[in-house]
Design a protein around this ligand. Structure first.
Ligand code: SF4
Length: 418
């Protein structure tokens, strides 16, 4: 049976508790406390889980190198639903991360049949939005990145069809290009470490993308020449197909270490120091020295109409360049947590957690926690009517989009240069 959560399934309903229990995703609250500044998407419970984010949190705190990466599939124009990942990437870049953004044109072409020309046209809009939001770093189209393709080929030596069948439900009729696009995405996630050197890498994703993360971590592990295991009284550096010269180099790197067939035992040094030195040896002997990529998981903003937010449901979201008239119509028609009558609303108050207008503010339109808390209080006390609330929200949406569009226009040249 294939995984119930995969990025291409139509059913994006994700059972958070099950994912946490079954796949070892950890709640983000504990690790967020290690950050010098907790971003609103963590404070507000939008990002709920992580894998190995402690590596990234420590890099932020200690100002040591780390990478942040995401990819966008250019199968249509960017919209509200893409904003969260963009903000997460930009936030990490501002915390000192080396930013990478892949335009997944190979995936759009293979999986959705989008022409290369359209991929380029849509891809440019994603990049404009990212730059407008403050992104700095490296951006590329998968189809134009030759080193990425070589890395994808190397990664493909570590994945077989039964794994793809188990993760994505691939069957005998699945086009080979689907498999190639999966492995290209694996390479996307590892690419920053190839390009700028091994370092912790954060990949902010929605919970439905976890299969990609698990597969990539598995490939990163398999591409390593050594494992470094803490055995209590010593650290064991074990070879996984490392050439004899590399094992010998590890032995020489640690005076007093003992060399056996296929492994070297090191004593008296902290695990991190041994890891770093082994990584250097590995790279000097043709290995990659990859860190397993870290990930954070965010929940999805529901659609404005109350269902799922999706590019294929026009009223669920709005594009960044959509007309004011259309946006007004969508916001004013959004599903609220209001009561049947005004009298009831005044008496009982609204239900913000069941309201897409409130969630639009929580996700994107109200940056200030005090203002958001005030909106919640006014809603729950019955002081605010839904009509008034929508009007206020629409003003925020218009102000946000007008600023974003101006900035997108101003950075068009950056997106064109990619
Ligand atoms: Fe939603 Fe605002 Fe109505 Fe409260 S007052 S239910 S937040 S639209």
């Amino acid at each position: 049976m294939h995984s119930e959560v995969n990025p291409w399934s139509n059913n994006q309903t994700v059972d958070v508790d099950r994912l946490f229990a079954e796949f070892g995703i950890e709640p983000v609250s504990e690790v967020a406390r290690r950050l010098p500044e907790v971003p609103s998407f963590m404070r507000r419970g939008i990002v709920v889980g992580h894998r190995d984010y402690n590596l990234v949190a420590d890099a932020i705190r200690n100002r040591t190198p780390f990478h942040v990466l995401t990819g966008f599939m250019p199968s249509g124009l960017p919209h509200l639903g893409h904003l969260m990942v963009m903000k997460e990437v930009v936030w990490h870049v501002r915390q000192g991360g080396n930013g990478y953004v892949a335009v997944a044109d190979r995936e759009a072409h293979a999986v959705r049949g989008i022409s290369w020309e359209k991929c380029r046209e849509y891809g440019k809009e994603y990049l404009k939005a990212l730059y407008a939001l403050g992104f700095e770093g490296t951006t590329y189209y998968q189809s134009k990145n030759e080193r990425l393709k070589d890395l994808a080929f190397e990664a493909s030596t570590k994945v077989n069809f039964s794994e793809l069948a188990a993760i994505y439900g691939f069957g005998p009729d699945t086009s080979l290009s689907h498999a190639m696009s999966v492995i290209t995405q694996v390479a996307d996630i590892l690419f920053p470490q190839l390009d700028a050197g091994p370092a912790p890498t954060i990949v902010p994703v929605g919970l439905d993308q976890d299969p990609h993360i698990r597969l990539t971590r598995d490939v990163a592990y398999k591409l390593r020449l050594f494992t470094v295991e803490d055995r209590g009284d010593h650290i064991s550096v074990r070879s996984k197909n490392a050439p004899e010269a590399a094992i010998e180099a590890v032995h020489r790197a640690f005076p007093g270490s003992k060399k056996y067939a296929g492994h070297v035992d090191v004593t008296g040094l902290p695990h991190g120091r041994v890891e770093d030195a082994v990584r250097e040896v590995e790279i000097a002997h043709g290995g990659f020295g990859f860190y397993l990529p870290s990930s954070t998981y965010h929940i999805f903003m529901p659609g404005l109409q109350g269902g799922k937010m999706s590019s294929s449901v026009a009223e669920s979201s709005f594009g960044f360049y959509e007309s004011d008239r259309s946006i007004k119509k969508k916001v004013m028609a959004a599903k609220t947590g209001g009561r049947m009558t005004l009298e009831e609303q005044r008496r009982l108050g609204g239900e913000p957690d069941a309201c897409s207008v409130y969630l639009l503010n929580l996700f994107h339109m109200l940056e200030d926690d005090v203002e958001l808390a005030d909106l919640r209080r006014r809603c729950e006390s019955g002081e605010l009517t839904c009509g008034q609330c929508k009007k206020e929200t629409l003003e925020r949406v218009n102000a946000f989009l007008s600023e974003l569009r101006d900035k997108m226009d101003a950075v068009e040249h950056l997106a064109e240069e990619v």
